[in-house]
Design a protein around this ligand. Structure first.
Ligand code: SAM
Ligand code: ZN
Length: 186
């Protein structure tokens, strides 16, 4: 099955904001690793130095390991717009993941722990879409206690002006942090 890399968020002035697959043409760099030796990835949700709650490795996680699925209610883009456009206007917080052009995973009310994973400009995970489902995979070895992160590559419909970037600040703390959750427009 083809795996597709995901990891973007999109927003217009009056549309919902979703973490979205914006990189459909690229093959995934992260391949799920299942070896007899690799321990099953375990995670813990707790307060994060980056933002709010975050997700942390509870044991060492091997590069390539499939860690967790991003779960929630599966809704249409139109429904997500109806539910969240007003809420997301002027607010950078989102728990929506656009899995495909048709399906948005809404983790706001019934989401799994993956919804707490924060963005980093130097991430240790990536989000991959497979058959409309979204999985978080390790892209490097992750030591127990480290916070999990992936690059949201937030892409909004409007121009990414300096003001818009400031309105979506990144607090990942990575060397080379780009200072904003917004990614490059394609
Ligand atoms: C899916 S939630 C992640 C969980 C979040 N920490 C919380 O407690 O709700 C995504 C939101 O968390 C915030 N966030 C995630 N990573 C961030 C970062 N590197 N810098 C600033 N805010 C971040 C943004 O508001 C983003 O829309
Ligand atoms: Zn950053």
């Amino acid at each position: 099955m083809t795996r597709k890399k995901t990891g973007t968020t999109t927003r217009s002035k009056k549309s919902k904001k979703t973490i979205k697959n914006n990189d459909l043409s690229k093959k995934s760099a992260g391949k799920a690793v299942k070896t007899a030796k690799a321990a099953k990835p375990r995670i813990a949700v707790r307060r994060s130095p980056i933002h709010g709650r975050g997700v942390f490795a509870a044991n060492d996680i091997a590069k390539g390991a499939r860690i967790i699925e991003y779960t929630g209610d599966r809704i249409s883009h139109a429904k997500a717009d109806r539910l969240y456009a007003d809420l997301h206007d002027g607010n950078s917080h989102t728990m929506l993941f656009a899995a495909t052009d048709k399906v948005v995973i809404d983790a706001t009310k019934r989401g799994g722990p993956a919804r707490w994973i924060n963005h980093s400009c130097a991430p240790n995970c990536e989000a991959n879409e497979e058959g409309g489902r979204v999985f978080i995979d390790a892209i490097r070895p992750i030591k127990a206690g480290m916070e999990l992160s992936y690059d949201y590559c937030l892409v909004l419909e409007e121009r990414h002006t300096p003001k818009l970037k400031r309105e979506h600040p990144c607090h990942c703390g990575a060397r080379g942090c780009r200072g904003t959750l917004l990614g490059k427009k394609r």
